[in-house]
Design a protein around this ligand. Structure first.
Ligand code: DLL
Length: 445
């Protein structure tokens, strides 16, 4: 399918809940300061760990006289949530908490996050703003394939979509047969999923003979895992829909921290509720807008569990320029990596996103890949398995060898390392119903 066949970006109709997206800068800053002062006071009063850290530094809630004073406050990190598991960072009495979610992560205990009714209202508001920014509107038929349960994706998107006035199909992740039936029969116009699960669904739908271009599906709301601009282009050209990137994390609220708009050029942070900073991940020093570093977020209105200067480990840049959509809230560049997803092969730092970028530059690949790390003797090995199209396989050995060579060169060019490339048959690599597992590390110690 050609790029011209991609659905045009819908011009969003203004949604009243989106008004804060357009606040004049001065008004926004003054609202942020007012909320920051209140939330710091609340956390100081109710969260022991935060109070102790402030006391050690000689910082009091009254020390916050300007937004720049946020720099005096201590950071919060993921381990703080683990160390105080399950309820140690709550700032509301247990009876006022109406919802819990949890995120398991890769190691150890899960982290638990809490919401009061007011927090749920803010969450549905920011998700409504997310959908509105992506051109979804009342009356849209929305298939929500984010997982429901302790994961924040399903319920987070659900509340916002209902408040927007869309018709929500709470199908959750997985059960691809049923997803296809709903997609085909219900007149779905908007689909929420991880980008990797959407690709799986697209492929299965084609195999099942679904006449994809005739579906009314127009918008994809994708997030919860890193994906590249190259992947977006693939998704858009192959499916004909507009694919939008949305961002969030359980510790802050879930999805709804930031979202692309119809300009598809960075994600607006809903700054009236989540105050962003960028720091140097090594030293913790705050960086200027426009500089790349680790995103640090402070919840400005969350009652049950305020997060002050939470270090997300997500690497991005705040884009200070005004967006063409007219929103005044600042944007971040799409998150393509985390400070902790880097691996080192023979002394070279590699991020999975670099591999994705390299693979998708080459014709003949399918957007499914996995990176395997192993050790032979004392030498680290990296193998990239990528699915290739049936057309390439049918074209014979020379075509296959040429493709392998092109892929190895593209990878070497981007990561600076010659690695093994394994061409896999279509649909032979593992698929995930939620976040994709891109790296399998067999090295121990
Ligand atoms: O993934 C919340 C979410 C649900 C976001 C649905 C978007 C859509 P966690 O499971 O706590 O929460 O994982 C949060 O996932 O720190 C990022 O590293 C990563 N992540 C989330 N969205 C994106 C994105 C949800 N659009 C962690 N691009 C975050 C890249 C993302 N990474």
């Amino acid at each position: 399918m050609l790029e011209s066949a991609v659905a045009p970006a819908t011009q969003p109709t203004f949604h009243p809940l989106s008004a804060p997206d357009y606040l004049p800068a001065e008004q926004l800053r003054s609202l942020q300061l007012h909320r920051l002062q209140a939330i710091v006071a609340r956390a100081y009063e109710n969260v022991e760990l935060f109070r102790e850290r402030c006391d050690q530094r000689g910082v009091k809630p009254e020390s916050i006289q300007s937004l720049a004073d946020i720099r005096h406050l201590p950071f919060t990190v993921k381990n703080d949530l683990r160390d105080t598991y399950p309820f140690g960072l709550f700032a509301s009495p247990r009876e006022e908490i109406v919802r819990l979610h949890a995120s398991s992560g890769t190691t150890g205990k899960p982290i638990v996050v809490a919401y009061t009714q007011d927090d749920l209202d803010v969450w549905s508001e920011v998700m409504t703003r997310t959908f509105a920014a992506c051109g979804v509107h009342a009356g849209d038929m929305l298939q929500n394939a984010f997982g429901y349960g302790l994961f924040t994706g399903g319920l987070g998107a659900h509340q916002g979509a209902e408040r927007l006035g869309a018709t929500v199909i709470p199908i959750s992740g997985g059960n691809t047969e049923r997803q296809m039936m709903v997609l085909r029969d219900f007149g779905v116009t908007t689909l929420c999923a991880t980008p990797s699960y959407f690709l799986h669904l697209l492929e299965r739908a084609r195999d099942a003979g679904i006449d994809w271009p005739r579906l009314p599906l127009r918008v994809g709301i994708f997030g919860a895992e890193p994906w590249t601009e190259e992947m977006r282009q693939r998704i858009q050209t192959e499916s004909g829909i507009r694919a939008y990137d949305i961002y969030g994390l359980s510790e802050i609220i879930g999805p709804g921290v930031g979202s692309e708009c119809c300009a598809q050029d960075g994600l607006h942070i809903f700054e009236d509720h989540f105050y962003p900073e960028i720091i140097d991940p090594e030293t913790g020093t705050p960086l200027e807008d426009g500089e790349e570093g680790e995103l640090v977020l402070t919840t400005l209105s969350k009652q049950a569990m305020p997060m002050i200067r939470y270090r997300t480990r997500d690497i991005t840049t705040i884009l200070p320029e005004r967006c063409s959509c007219g929103r005044t809230v600042r944007r971040i560049r799409r998150i393509s990596r985390r400070s902790d997803d880097m691996f080192i092969i023979r002394g070279i730092n590699v991020f999975p996103a670099q591999v994705e970028t390299a693979l998708l530059q080459v014709e003949g690949t399918l957007p499914h890949y996995q990176i395997e790390l192993s050790r032979q003797g004392s030498l680290d090995q990296m193998e990239v398995a990528v699915e290739v199209t049936q057309t390439i396989l049918d074209a014979g050995q020379t075509a296959v060898d040429t493709l392998r060579h092109e892929l190895a060169s593209a990878l070497e060019h981007i990561i600076g390392l010659r690695v093994r490339v394994r061409l896999a048959d279509p649909q032979s690599l593992p698929r995930s119903e939620g976040k994709a597992k891109r790296v399998v590390d067999h090295r121990s110690g």
